[in-house]
Write a protein that binds this ligand. Structure first.
Ligand code: BGC
Length: 375
């Protein structure tokens, strides 16, 4: 085990709405990044990295799948709890939970019939979601061991690298991917994605964290409140492939342009929310696009991205099969995903923003999550 230190301190977890009060919890922690061995997979060592900031926010990330396994922040009373679903051992992840906290690629979300064309060439991808391709296929970026470089400048950073071979899961081109996680002292976790290729290929990288701000998966997310800066969304067919239309959210249960409780309209959405929202934007700058709040815990999460789309998924397929370390059941709507992305099935939809990366170009996107406590 090693530590890259930024300083060792007794960290008073910030109390947010109660700034003047004495801290309610104090934890002895190491500001910076540390690692421990977490087992082995595919003949490679797997590590768990712990990133800690000076406010006591602690994010753990494994180089297995680049997975965020926990993200501990205080609630309105200063009590720490993880706001994401995750396991405390590698074994949990090897049982293939549905992408808990993982880095998803080469193409996050669905590609219809696992097929697309570049020029006259037709490419066939692994199909792993009925007849469609989902989240990179049978062995996507969530199921591989990434090489990791923990560093620290003034804040803890973890850089993960993975080279996806030409032909992997059916994709053309060797793709060199680099993802940088940074935890700032403003309680922001940023994820910066970079990739280059030697053949034209579709790329759509995201993180698949399942959030529940209450930190209790037995309280569903239906009482939590969401705002999404999207006047439009992409309707889907029965296999969750976009029809190609861009539809207005106005007067529908997809209208989150003002903060709305997630449970308000969910019953009129067949199966629950699992849709791509077309973010309102004029350019591709880093922009605040969504906010999730929970009045029960007082926690607030803001989302910033350079991406044009956001998949809002309410954990509709969670069915209690997986349990937390303390035996709590992870059932339907136990958590939600906010996956920043390009639109699903873009390789087959010429009117959607392109996801094709060409040789000589660099794929570069940033998504940032800012945590705070409601005032
Ligand atoms: C998809 C869901 C899928 C989930 C887990 C989400 O990104 O939109 O349909 O069930 O990932 O695989």
């Amino acid at each position: 085990m090693y530590h890259i230190l930024l300083g060792t301190a007794t960290i008073a977890l910030f109390t947010g709405c109660n700034q003047d009060a004495q801290p309610k919890n104090e934890i002895q922690n190491t500001v910076g990044i540390s690692s421990k061995n977490w087992g082995e997979w595919d003949g490679k060592s797997v590590f768990l990295y712990t990133l800690t900031n000076k406010n006591g926010v602690v994010v753990t990330i494994s180089n297995y799948g680049g997975t965020i396994t926990s993200w501990v922040v205080p609630d309105k009373n200063g009590k720490p709890g993880s706001i994401v679903l995750g396991f405390d051992s590698l074994t949990g992840y090897l049982e293939h939970p549905p992408y808990f906290g993982a880095l998803v690629g080469r193409y996050g979300n669905r590609i219809a019939n696992g097929k697309f064309k570049i020029g006259d060439s037709v490419y066939h991808l692994a199909t792993n979601n009925g007849k469609n391709h989902l989240h990179g296929g049978l062995k996507g970026f969530d199921k591989v061991v990434w090489s990791a470089s923990p560093t620290t400048d003034s804040v803890p950073m973890l850089v993960l690298n993975y080279t996806s071979k030409d032909g992997e899961e059916g994709y053309p081109g060797n793709l060199i991917v680099s993802v940088k996680y940074t935890l700032t002292n403003d309680n922001e976790l940023s994820i910066e994605y970079n990739a280059v290729t030697d053949k034209t290929t579709p790329v759509n990288l995201t993180n698949h964290s399942y959030f529940n701000l209450s930190s209790d998966p037995e309280r569903t997310v239906l009482d939590q409140t969401l705002w999404i800066d999207a006047d439009n969304y992409t309707p889907v067919d029965s296999t969750l492939i976009p029809t190609g239309k861009i539809a207005s959210v106005k007067g529908t249960p997809f209208d989150f342009t003002v903060p709305v409780k997630i449970g308000k309209g969910i019953d009129s959405v067949k199966g629950g929310y699992d849709h791509n929202f077309v973010l309102n934007r004029k350019d591709s700058s880093l922009q605040r696009v969504a906010q999730l709040t929970d009045s029960f815990s007082g926690r607030k999460l803001e989302l910033f991205t350079t991406e044009p789309g956001l998949q809002f998924y309410t954990g509709n397929f969670l069915d209690g099969k997986f349990k937390t370390a303390d035996g709590k059941s992870i059932g339907k709507h136990a958590a939600l995903c906010l996956e920043t992305q390009h639109f699903p099935d873009s390789p087959n939809e010429p009117d959607f923003p392109s996801t094709f990366l060409m040789p000589g170009k660099t794929y570069h996107t940033i998504t940032k999550y800012r945590f705070s406590v409601l005032k």
